[in-house]
Design a protein around this ligand. Structure first.
Ligand code: F6P
Length: 547
């Protein structure tokens, strides 16, 4: 059954939120803490190894109650059950959205077109396990009998970002294989990677759901040509495998059927790292760790599906985005992991969130008259403190931020970890409290500067504070906890889409540029006139061709 379609702005809860916003917009977070001694405890959700403190957000119990009413008014419960049971909730592409099925236990039943898909999911997982074990143990040899030392994942978008982010994040758990990622059609990208590699000891994993993507096919073709400069055609089967839904095109590319790891169209590219798209992850960290990643995600699935909204981490987190986006007019959200391992996490979420919820048409096909998807950005702390935190503290924009940190560090350097986490705590405190005029004055009073100088400096040194943050504190970065964290954001994306009444699982917005690039490429290759373009584009093309 299709998702229901409710314009959120017509609901009673939205109207209540509008008037409630008027009473809360001027309130300072400090005041909210001063008037409620239980605030921190009441607005914290403890679940498994996650401690999620929402209390430094500009909300009260009443805000939360109204937001949860909104979730009920748009029938979120019904949508969640459709999501998990395989209804065609990606209606514009006529597909179910079942990345959750990829991490479900063997006993689960999920039907697509009348067939329980779980046995096939497990068949593919077994294939991933078998292949991983053969490569990691050295049993799978290259054409010349040498063992594989390097893996190159060739893919882009969801066929790159998820595996690349997870492999980087879980590098502590890695085995001896070196894993590389080639994504950009920029030929310098693949050339920089292969210049360090020997074809005899390298395994290439071509990942493309559609197997039509220009970047991936160009890279795969160029890399294969480089490979064939030193090894014969028969060697390809020992060194090239592919992950795709498009089996015919993979075979036409020259990859043996045995070397194809299939995926299904009910897995969206940006949610596909749990499928065979995760092959590079499994190779890099071993199948058991890959399985733990999936188990973690499944635990978060259960939490999301079965927990009351008030205690539900992805639901509250998504509703807060709606609160800031649609009532405070905040345009972006920052993701700040206090872990260098999560260096690529914000980049990964940019695709997940912005490709999903960057939509201006609602589920009835009408142009919305309210804001939808937010701009996502971020970098790890503490580096980001020395880069863009100035703007979050003293700029003119409201930027709600998620702070992600771990109680234990992996290498166990307590001195560094305490320094790192003291910055995490201090920044959320500073963003909330700011620094008042009185505090600045008392700070300046101990200095020898003249009174006149002090007065001049005063306005620049004041921090207004009242900047919202959510603190996500996790025991330790493990495959399982990372699985939970990723799944948390996946469900957040889903809830946002339901509230905004948009379709989160298509991505037509990326097509137009691709189409135009095809036309321009023909012109660049053939040297024909670019006269049908606007004058700016035409001049640029001409300048490129003739300079
Ligand atoms: O950029 C659009 C997109 O379709 C993404 O959604 C997808 O992850 C990426 O291209 C790669 O697609 P494919 O896996 O089919 O090569």
């Amino acid at each position: 059954m299709a998702l229901k379609s409710t314009n959120p702005t017509t609901t009673n809860s939205w109207k209540k939120l509008q008037s409630h916003f008027e009473t809360i917009k001027g309130k300072h977070l400090k005041e909210l803490f001063d008037t409620d001694s239980n605030r921190a405890t009441d607005l914290t959700i403890k679940w498994d190894d996650f401690y999620v403190d929402f209390s430094k957000n500009r909300i009260t119990d009443e805000t939360l109650a109204c937001l949860i009413d909104l979730a009920n008014d748009v029938d979120l419960k019904d949508a969640i059950s459709k999501y998990f049971s395989g209804d065609i909730i990606n209606a514009t592409e006529g597909r179910a959205v079942l990345h959750t099925a990829l991490r479900s236990p063997k006993t689960t039943e999920v039907f697509v077109d009348g067939e329980n898909i779980i046995p096939k999911v497990f068949e593919v997982k077994e294939k991933i396990r078998g292949f991983t074990e053969a490569v990691v143990s050295g049993e799978h040899k290259g054409f010349t009998g040498q063992t594989i030392t390097d893996i190159v994942n060739i893919g882009i978008g969801g066929s790159d970002l998820g595996p690349a982010m997870v492999v980087d994040s879980l590098q502590y758990y890695k085995n001896h294989l070196n894993t590389h990622f080639v994504s950009n059609v920029d030929g310098d990208h693949y050339n920089e990677i292969i210049k360090r590699l020997k074809p005899e000891t390298t395994l290439f994993v071509i990942v493309s759901k559609t197997f039509t993507t220009q970047e991936t096919l160009s890279n795969a073709n160029s890399i294969r040509a480089w490979f064939l400069e030193s090894l014969p055609l028969e060697a390809v089967s020992k060194h090239f495998v592919a992950v795709s839904t498009n089996i015919d095109s993979v075979k036409a590319f020259g990859i043996d059927e045995d070397n194809i790891f299939p995926m299904k169209d009910w897995v969206g590219g940006r949610f596909s790292l749990w499928s065979a798209v995760g092959l590079s992850i499994s190779l890099a960290i071993g199948y058991n760790n890959f399985e733990s990643l999936l188990n973690g995600a499944h635990k978060m699935d259960k939490h999301f599906r079965d927990t009351d909204f008030k205690e539900n981490i992805p639901v509250i987190s998504a509703l807060l985005t709606v609160w800031y986006n649609n009532f405070f007019n905040a345009e972006s959200e920052a993701i700040i992991p206090y872990s260098q391992y999560l260096n690529q996490f914000a980049t990964y979420l940019q695709q997940g969130i912005m490709e999903s919820n960057g939509k201006y048409v609602d589920r009835k096909g009408n142009v919305v008259d309210y804001q939808t998807g937010t701009i996502i950005w971020g970098e790890p702390g503490t580096n980001s403190q020395h880069a863009f935190f100035q703007l979050i503290h003293q700029g003119t924009k409201l930027i709600p931020a998620d702070f992600i940190g771990f109680i234990e560090s992996l290498h166990g350097n307590k001195d560094h970890h305490n320094k790192l986490m003291s910055n995490y705590f201090a920044q959320t405190e500073a963003l909330m409290n700011g620094k008042t005029k009185a505090e600045v004055l008392s700070e300046l009073s101990g200095q020898s500067t003249s009174e006149e100088e002090k007065d001049k400096l005063l306005p620049f040194k004041i921090f207004e504070g009242n900047k919202p943050t959510t603190s996500i504190l996790i025991k330790k970065l493990t495959p399982e906890s990372l699985g939970k964290l990723i799944a948390m954001y996946e469900h957040k994306i889903f809830v946002q889409g339901i509230v905004w009444n948009i379709y989160s699982y298509d991505q037509f917005g990326v097509e137009l540029g691709k189409q135009l690039a095809k036309t321009i490429l023909k012109e660049l290759d053939s040297g024909t006139s670019a006269s049908q373009h606007d004058t700016s584009t035409q001049n640029l093309i001409t300048h490129f061709r003739t300079s």
